[in-house]
Design a protein around this ligand. Structure first.
Ligand SMILES: C[S@@+](CC[C@H](N)C(=O)[O-])C[C@H]1O[C@@H](n2cnc3c(N)ncnc32)[C@H](O)[C@@H]1O
Length: 256
């Protein structure tokens, strides 16, 4: 059971940084939220995304991709990362005849849903499998904020991290010294916060963006996600912004 494997890793190595915990909770092939189980992004699943609600989402991005094709003199492929059920991709390919489309999706259930819906589309497990594209458009709707993030907590004189430990007979949060790269990220993107503030440090999203930019020589990477400016997020820092969903309801505690 995944919870046992998480507990074993904590017993062997000490508290897990939140991004490591999130990686296991999301991607474990035997119990992870995306790595196993049913399709999550649809009405019968755990959350709904905008492309599920309207085909105009994909059609709008198709217009953008067509403009990129005209701008750079062709398109080798349009790539949808974290393609979910394929709703966005369906709208994209319908309005981009002749353009090769690729879905990147970590979830086996989502990959199966895409293949059933769009049998002509190539579906791969990660962006590295796409290879280098001289001319490409990469889209990612609601991917970046799924990628593992560390949680930094502001102290009177610097930063700590919130890690996951075994507290009593269940998982619980503990404070540990912040890794230098986590403290540097928090200080850079969320400076001047009062002690106790929580900052999600999205090293995974930054790494993904670097990989996406390295995948194409010309074209564009389009990321669409929830977010705010540093100022806009200030009032949410006391609670932090980590959220979980099950059956379309907000979870009470990410560690559950
Ligand atoms: C919030 S859903 C968005 C789905 C789709 N883009 C949409 O708009 O309906 C996030 C999707 O990203 C996938 N995902 C999460 N992490 C991923 C990763 N590292 N690589 C590829 N796909 C990932 C999940 O399996 C899930 O299908």
């Amino acid at each position: 059971m995944l919870l046992d494997r998480i507990a074993t890793e904590i017993q062997q190595s000490g508290p897990l940084f939140f991004d490591r915990f999130m990686e296991l909770a999301l991607y474990d092939p035997d119990g992870g939220f995306f790595g196993s189980g049913d399709l999550r992004s649809h009405r019968g699943g755990d959350f709904l995304t905008s492309p599920e609600v309207s085909p105009l989402f994909g059609a709008t991005l198709a217009r953008f991709a067509a403009a990129e094709r005209d701008r750079i003199g062709g398109l080798d492929a349009v790539v949808d990362c974290g393609a979910g059920s394929g709703s966005l991709l369906a709208g994209l390919v319908a309005d981009l005849p002749g353009v090769t489309a690729v879905a990147v999706e970590v979830s086996p259930a989502a990959r199966a849903a895409i293949t059933t819906r769009l049998p002509e589309i190539t579906v791969v497990k990660d962006l590295a499998a796409v290879g280098r594209l001289p001319r490409g458009v990469i889209v990612a709707n609601e991917l970046a904020d799924n990628l593992p993030a560390a949680v930094a907590v502001r102290t009177a004189d610097g930063w700590e991290e919130e890690a996951v430990a075994i507290v009593g007979d269940r998982l619980g949060p503990v404070r540990v010294a912040a890794r230098p790269e986590v403290a540097a990220w928090a200080e850079r993107f969320a400076p001047g916060l009062p002690a106790g503030s929580r900052v999600e440090v999205q090293l995974g999203a930054a790494q993904w963006l670097r990989s996406a930019l390295q995948t194409i020589a010309a074209g564009a990477v389009v990321m669409i996600d929830y977010g705010d400016t540093a100022d806009g997020l200030r009032h949410r820092r006391a609670q932090g912004t980590v959220r979980t969903y099950r059956a379309h309801h907000l979870g009470p505690d990410p560690l559950l």
